[in-house]
Design a protein around this ligand. Sequence first.
Ligand SMILES: Nc1nc2c(c(=O)[nH]1)N[C@H]1C(S)=C(S)[C@@H](COP(=O)(O)OP(=O)(O)OC[C@H]3O[C@@H](n4cnc5c(=O)[nH]c(N)nc54)[C@H](O)[C@@H]3O)O[C@H]1N2
Ligand SMILES: Nc1nc2c(c(=O)[nH]1)N[C@H]1C(S)=C(S)[C@@H](COP(=O)(O)OP(=O)(O)OC[C@H]3O[C@@H](n4cnc5c(=O)[nH]c(N)nc54)[C@H](O)[C@@H]3O)O[C@H]1N2
Ligand code: SF4
Ligand SMILES: [Mo]
Length: 652
Amino acid sequence: METLRTEQLRTACNRDCPDACGLLADVQDGKIVRLKGDPVHPVTQGFLCHRTSRFLDRQYDPERIVTPLAREGSEFQPISWEDALGRIAEKFLKARHESGPTSILYYRSAGSMGLMKHVTDAFFERFGPVTIKSGDVCSGAGDAAQMLDFGNEDCHDIFDLDHSQTIILWGKNVYVSQVHLLPVLKRARARGVRFTLIDPVWQQTAQLCDRFIQPRPGGDTALALGTARILFENQWYDSNAESYCDHLEQFQELANSRSLETWARLADVPVADLESLALSYTQQPAATLIGWGLQRKRNGSSTVRTIDALASISGNLGIAGGGISYCCKRRGAFDLSFTTGLEEPARAIPEPLLGPGIFAAQDPPIRVAWVCGGNPVAMLPESERIAEGLQTREMTVVVDSFMTDTARCADIILPTTTMLEENDLLGAYGHHWLIESRPVVAAPDGVKSDYEITQELARLVGLEKDFSEDVDTWKRRMLQGVSQQGASLDDLRQGPVRNPLAGQIMYPDRKFPTPSGRVNLVTDVAAAPTPTTELRPLLLMALSNHDSQASQWVNGTRSGPAVARVHPSAARSFVDGSLAIVESELSQMTVRLQFDDRQREDVLLLPKGGWLSDGCCANALIPGEMTDAGGCAVFYDTPVRLLKLPAKPTSH
Ligand SMILES: Nc1nc2c(c(=O)[nH]1)N[C@H]1C(S)=C(S)[C@@H](COP(=O)(O)OP(=O)(O)OC[C@H]3O[C@@H](n4cnc5c(=O)[nH]c(N)nc54)[C@H](O)[C@@H]3O)O[C@H]1N2
Ligand SMILES: Nc1nc2c(c(=O)[nH]1)N[C@H]1C(S)=C(S)[C@@H](COP(=O)(O)OP(=O)(O)OC[C@H]3O[C@@H](n4cnc5c(=O)[nH]c(N)nc54)[C@H](O)[C@@H]3O)O[C@H]1N2
Ligand code: SF4
Ligand SMILES: [Mo]
C-alpha cells in the first residue's frame, strides 16, 4: 500500500483574537489532517486555543456554503457567480444612479483580521463613498480613552512583563480570551510577581492571582479613585508626576472628593481591597493590563481614563516592566494609505445602533446592504431590529461561509474562503508580531475570497483598473514602510517578524503625543448609578467563552436553551438546572440555570455569541446604546430578571 505524503505548511490564524497565532497544517492529498500551533512563533509557542484546535470541524463542515445562493421566497437556491454578481452590480449601479452612493450600506466586522480586507473597504470608498459604520463595538470606548490621555494607543512588548514586580489584570479573562498571554504570566508567577485580578465575575484567572477584587460591575471608577486617594494621602504617588501629567491637582481633588469608605461602598468592595491595590502600585515596576470587557459600558471610556490616571500618577509609566497596556497597534506596521475615506465617511451609522440606524437613515434611505466578515444579527444589540433592517432592503448581500443568523436575512449569499484558504497579512492586538497567511489548501470550487469577489465586482462596475493587481502586490504595498527594516514580504515568508516600528516600552522619555506633550489626567467622571432596578435586579453579562469565537461555535454546542449562570441567592425560587425566562425591557429568552456561588448576586452570565435562530442570542435582550465616548456598545449594562416558565397545561 502506498503511504500518502504529508506536507507541513505554515500559515496564520486570522480570527478576532489578540494572539494572531502561527499555524502549522499537515496536508495529505489536498486535505488538512492536522492543525497545530507553530512552535517557531515566539508568542504561539506551539499550542492553539480550544476553539481553533477544533477548526478542522469547521473547515470540513458539511453545512459549509460552497455556491452562491439567492433567495426565492423563504428558501435559498444555488445560482452561478455570474448571475449573482451580475444582479448585484446592476443593483449597485441603479441605486447609485437614482439615489446616490450612500443608499448602499457596507458593513464589515473582524471575522478575519487580515489587512487585505481593507482593499474591499477601498472598493466601497471608490465606488461610493457609501454609508459605513462608525465607532467600534469591541474596543471603541477604551481606544478613545487612551487617545485622549496619551495621544496614542499601543502596548509594552508582551515579554516586557518579564521585568514586572507587580501585574494588575484589570478585567481580563486570559484563560478564555488571550490564552497565549498565559505562559508569560505563569513565568512571572514562578518568579514571585504579585498578581491582582479585578473582575466582577469569578473566572479562572482568579486562581493565578494573589488577590482577586470582585467589585460590582462598573465599580472600577470608584475603585481606581479610592486607590488614587490612598496613593496621594501616603505620598506614594510619583513626586515627579507634575512634570509629565496635566491636571494633577484636579485629579487629586477628584480622588479626595469622597472618603475611602464611600469609594469602597460605591465599588462594593472592602476598604482593604483599595489598600491592597494601592500597595501593589508601589511595588514597582507594576504593569497594568486593561481588558476589553470593562469598557463595554455606559461609562466605559471614563472608567479606562481613571485607570490610566491611577497608573500614571503611580510612577509606572515609561519604565520597563510597567506601563498601561490595552490594545497593541495591530495595523501600525502597515501602509494603508490606499484607503482613507473611511475615516471621514460620507455617512455613517454608529455600530451599536446598526438596527435602528438602518431605519433612521433618510435622504437617501438605505436601499442595498453588503455584510462581510461579521454576523451582526447575532453579535450587535437589538438583534431582531437588525434582522428586520436587513430583510427589508431592496437587496442584502452577505459574504460568509455559513448560514448564520445574518446570512438568513440575505437576498444573495456569496460563499467565501476560510482562514486556511486565505492569502493575507496580519498584525495582532495582543503583541507586536507580524505574520503572513498563505492558503494551505485551495478553496472548494465555487468559493471565492473577499478580494476575488471585490475584483470581479470592480470589473462589472468600471473599477477594474484599481483592483487588478495580485495579492502579493498589495502585500508589498502595505509593507513598504517596514520592508527596509527587516519586515519585507520575503522576510515574512520565512516566518513571523516583530514589527520594527514598535518599541519595547511605551513613552520611555515620558513625552506624550498629546497637545501639551503630557498625560491628560481625567478631571471629571460621572458617578455611575447602578443600572439595575428593583424590578430587574440582575445585570446581563454575555461574555467570551471557550467554545466559540464570537458566534462561531465549535461543533455541536450551540443548540438552546443557553446556560445562564447565577449566584443561587439571585434565583431563590428556582432550582439549579431548571429552565427560566430571562427578561429585559426589550425581550425575553428561555435559559437553563446553572448555580455558581462564586459569582456576585447582581449578575447573570450568558455565553456571548448565541444564535437568534437557536433562541440563544443575548443581544436580542440588549438595547442599542453607545458608550460615553468612542462609539462602543453598552453590552453589559442591561438589567434583567428571572421569570418562571408558564406552566404547561396538563393533558388527560
Ligand atoms: N474564546 C474566545 N476568545 C475570544 C473571543 C471569543 O469570542 N471567544 N473574542 C475575542 C474578542 S472579539 C476580543 S475583543 C478579545 C477580548 O475579549 P473579551 O472577552 O472582551 O476579553 P477580556 O479582556 O477578557 O474582557 C472580558 C472580562 O471583562 C470582565 N468585565 C466585564 N465588565 C467588567 C467591569 O465592569 N469591570 C471589570 N473590572 N471587569 C469587567 C468580564 O467579567 C470578563 O472577565 O478576545 C477575543 N478572544
Ligand atoms: N452580548 C455581547 N455581544 C457582543 C460581545 C459581547 O461581549 N457580548 N462582544 C462584541 C465583540 S468584542 C465583537 S469583536 C463582536 C464580534 O462580532 P462579529 O465580528 O460579527 O463576529 P463573528 O460572530 O465571529 O462573525 C464573523 C463572521 O465572519 C465570517 N468570516 C470569517 N472569515 C471571513 C472572511 O475572510 N471573509 C468573510 N466575508 N467572512 C468571514 C465568519 O464565518 C463569521 O460568520 O461581537 C460583539 N458582540
Ligand atoms: S483564535 Fe486566537 S488563540 Fe486561537 S489560534 Fe487563533 S489567534 Fe491563536
Ligand atoms: Mo472584539
